[in-house]
Design a protein around this ligand. Structure first.
Ligand SMILES: [Zn+2]
Length: 94
C-alpha cells in the first residue's frame, strides 16, 4: 500500500500537480522526490529546476486526471486518485 504524497510546501497530503527530484550533488541519483499541490503552485509558483540538473530530470508537471482539486478531496476523489496513482506507479516501474 502506497502512502499519499505530501505537498512539500504546505505539508498536507494532497493530489500533487508537480514533482521535483532533489539531487545532493554527491551521487548521480536523486536523493528525494518531492511534490507540490495545486494550491501551492498557484501561491508560490512552479518548482524551479535545480542548478546543474537538466530541467527534464529536475522537475515537471504530473499528468492531471481531469479536474483538479486544489483542496479538500472528497472520499470519491480520494479513491479515484489512489487508483490512478497506483496504476501509474506500477506502469512506471514495470
Ligand atoms: Zn501545498
Amino acid at each position: 500500500m502506497l502512502t499519499m504524497p505530501k505537498c512539500h510546501d504546505c505539508g498536507k497530503f494532497c493530489r500533487p500537480v508537480e514533482w521535483q527530484m532533489i539531487y545532493s550533488g554527491a551521487l548521480p541519483e536523486p536523493q528525494e522526490e518531492i511534490y507540490k499541490c495545486a494550491a501551492c503552485v498557484e501561491k508560490h509558483g512552479s518548482f524551479a529546476p535545480q542548478p546543474g540538473i537538466k530541467p527534464e530530470y529536475s522537475c515537471g508537471k504530473l499528468p492531471t486526471t481531469g479536474a483538479t482539486f486544489p483542496d479538500g478531496m472528497t472520499e470519491e476523489d480520494d479513491k479515484e486518485f489512489n487508483r490512478q496513482w497506483n496504476v501509474e506507479r506500477m506502469t512506471h516501474n514495470a
